[in-house]
Structures are given as C-alpha cells and as structure tokens.
Design a protein around this ligand. Structure first.
Ligand code: HGY
Ligand code: MN
Ligand code: MN
Ligand code: MN
Length: 400
C-alpha cells in the first residue's frame, strides 16, 4: 500500500508533497484511498464536509473510528497524515488476518484540509463536522488564487450548501483513535517504537496586516517612508524572543508582500503567526506580547497594524481512562515496561474530535523528530509496530 501512495503528490525531484484540499494531488490521494478501501470491501462515503469514511459494517451507534489525513503542508513529508491512514487500512487487514469479526461498525477516516495548506484553517474538515467553524465562514475561505472553499468543493463534485456540523456522525462514534508519526524525537531516546499521546498544547494562527505607503525605493528619503516591512521584521524578532522567554513556540513562516516589487516600498505586508504553548495562559502571554510589539513598531514607522485570530485550539487532554488503557494494550508488545505517554505541540483532527468523542492517539517513533519537511521519516519496522499496536487497540475497543 505504502509504495502505491508514496508517489502521489510528491515533487518530481523526489522532494516534498504538495497535497492541499482538492488540488490535483490531494484528489489523487483521495482516489487512491477510495480504491484501497473499496478493495477491502469497505463502504466509502464522503460526508457533507468532504471527509471520507470507509465503513466495515453498517454505520450506526457504537462505532469505532480510526484514521488521519492525506493532505500535507507545502513541500511536506510522507508520513504526517498518511501513516495514520495507511496504518488504519493495514490494521483492518491485520484484524481480518486474526479472524476478528467486529460486532460494531468500524470506520477508517480521512479528514479534509487538516494542514490548512490551501485555505488557511487547520483541521477544516473535522472542525466543520464538529461544528467548530460556521459553514458561512468556511464557504468564504479563499486560497492564494481567490478560489473559495465552496468553489473547490463544487469542483470536486460536492454540494457546498450541505456543509456544516454533523452531530449525528459524532454521536454514533464511541471512540476515535489516530495513529501518527511523532513530530519530535522523544521516543528516539527510548527503546519504544510506539508511544501514547497525553495532550496537545494550546495553539493557534493569527493574521497580521501592516499597511504602509507604497513609494519609490530609489527616490523616497528614509525619513519620509511608511514602510510596513520594518514593523513586520520587528514583529518576527519579537515573536522569537517571546517564545524563548516563555519556552513556547512562535513562528512566522508565511508572509505576503504587496506589490512585492524589488524597487517599490510595499503598501502592505500580511503575515501569519503560528503560536503554541504548554498551557493557555502562556500562549495568551506570548500572543499579547507579539500584538503589543507589533503595534509599537507599527506606530514608530507610521504604519497601520491589525491582528486577528484565524484558528485556536485550547489544551486537549486525551480522555484519561482511554489513554491509560491504550498504554496497557501497547505495553503487551513493548520491548520493556514504561510505554511513553507524551504531550505534543502538533495539532491533529484527534484534537478537534476530543471535545466531542472519547479520543486517543498513538505515535510512531521518528528517528530525527523532523516533520513538515521532505526529510520526515520513520523506520519501516517502527511503522509495522505502530500498525500492530493500532490493531491491538482496535481489537480491544471492539471487544468492549
Ligand atoms: O500544524 C500542526 O500542528 C499539524 O501538523 N497540522
Ligand atoms: Mn517542493
Ligand atoms: Mn502536520
Ligand atoms: Mn498530521
């Protein structure tokens, strides 16, 4: 399976992946999934928000679901998302090999636009189903070309007017488990190929706009400029030092300069802050600090500044009973006692569902910890251990 999916949406030069909600590569990856799931006799359905659900058994109450996403960040890695989708299909194969016949419905899921790589809001598909984002806002989200989520859904053959919360789908779910490559290297320092998630840090994205005055790069005296690039630069440095001060994470990795000409002082710089911290109070302090630094720098340069939150995930603490149970099940194959139970700064669809359904995550060891990069990698034997652990967990949950 892995070999079939790996080339889909990958740079021809063998670099990173460019799968973003219903762009060609993402559509191809979704088609691959539909074919692989159908070949297993699973009943593949697309819900009103573009998420894929491949059912073993008739959908209904008491369902167990497992899955992840197939979309990537720009130039992303091979494992973040796909490991949880391929791993879920492989776990179904493993359960069948063991002769397991579920007496409850089991679904393998693929959530849409988890990275927010095209429309800017992460976990867009799961947030819509969970009712965490309004259909109106979602329909109007636009990509770099100005195409809206509504248009993209229509072009993919879905009805954009149907999108919205699906409380019934979540009410039917007894539990959701996501297998994911670790995005860090805590497991590498242990003898454990598989760990269990304890929590997801609070995190979010903020759009910052610095509006100055376009002018000639060669003739405008420095004292006469309202150059938005200056407060933008100050803000990037302020975000960095605030994150270091609070042991948090703050990144400005996306910026749009208008008009983006070498010899024209910009009229506008739009940039996005990705901020995360171990607790909500620390996150608030970092974001407040960035906002204050940006405003101060903007005033100093005669530039207008606006900063608006675009997505926010509060601290996710995975259901304790379920988390401990998973650690016990994983321990049955672990090389030694003490299966690691780890927090993460990475967001996941499991983090969205956790507010509505008992949810848990399994991590597969990442030797370098690198993620959101073509360098992302996990050992095949560790991925195999992850699939066996997921199959064990699903078997345990199905037997409840
Ligand atoms: O950005 C994240 O934390 C996740 O990988 N979507
Ligand atoms: Mn590339
Ligand atoms: Mn990711
Ligand atoms: Mn992911």
């Amino acid at each position: 399976m892995w070999a079939d999916l790996a080339p889909v949406g990958r740079d021809p030069d063998g670099g990173g992946y460019h799968r973003h909600a219903w762009n060609g590569a993402d559509t191809d990856a979704r088609a691959w999934f539909t074919e692989a799931a159908t070949a297993r006799g699973l009943d593949v359905r697309t819900d009103r928000n573009g998420n894929l659900w491949a059912w073993w058994g008739t959908p209904g109450p008491g369902a167990v679901a497992t899955g992840s996403h197939l979309d990537s960040v720009p130039d992303g890695g091979a494992f973040d998302g796909p490991l949880g989708v391929v791993g879920a299909l492989a776990a179904v194969d493993e359960l069948r090999r063991r002769g397991t016949v579920p007496d409850r419905p089991l679904a393998v899921t693929v959530f849409a636009e988890e990275e927010g790589g095209r429309f800017g809001v992460p976990c867009l598909g799961s947030r819509l189903t969970a009712g965490e984002i309004s259909p109106e806002r979602a329909r109007g989200l636009t990509d770099a070309s100005g195409t809206t989520w509504a248009r993209a859904m229509e072009a993919a053959g879905h009805d954009p007017h149907a999108i919205g919360a699906d409380p019934g789908a979540l009410a039917d779910l007894d539990v959701f488990v996501e297998l994911h490559v670790e995005q860090g290297r805590a497991l590498e320092d242990t003898r454990h190929p598989v760990g269990v998630a304890s929590a997801i840090w609070p995190h979010g994205r903020w759009r910052m706009d610095f509006a100055g005055r376009a002018d000639h790069a060669g003739t405008t005296r420095m004292a006469d400029r309202s150059d938005p690039m200056l407060p933008f630069a100050h803000t990037v440095l302020a975000a960095r030092s605030l994150a270091e001060e609070h042991d948090a994470r703050a990144t400005v990795a996306k910026a749009l300069v208008t008009p983006n000409g070498t010899n024209a002082i910009p009229s506008l710089v739009s940039a996005w802050l990705d901020a995360r911290a171990a607790d909500g109070a620390t996150l608030d302090a970092v974001v407040a600090g960035v906002r204050e630094a940006a405003g101060r720098a903007a005033r100093a340069h005669g530039v207008d500044h606006a900063m608006a939150n675009e997505s926010l995930t509060p601290l996710v603490s995975f259901a304790h009973g379920l988390r401990e149970r998973l650690a016990e099940v994983v321990a049955t194959r672990a090389p030694e006692p003490g299966v690691p139970v780890l927090p993460t700064g990475a967001g996941h669809d499991a983090g969205v569902l956790a507010a509505h359904v008992p949810t848990a995550m399994l991590y597969v060891r990442n030797p370098t910890g690198v993620s959101h990069s073509p360098e992302e990698w996990a050992r095949p034997e560790d991925c195999h251990d992850g699939v066996l652990a997921l199959a064990d967990v699903l078997q345990d949950l199905l037997a409840r």
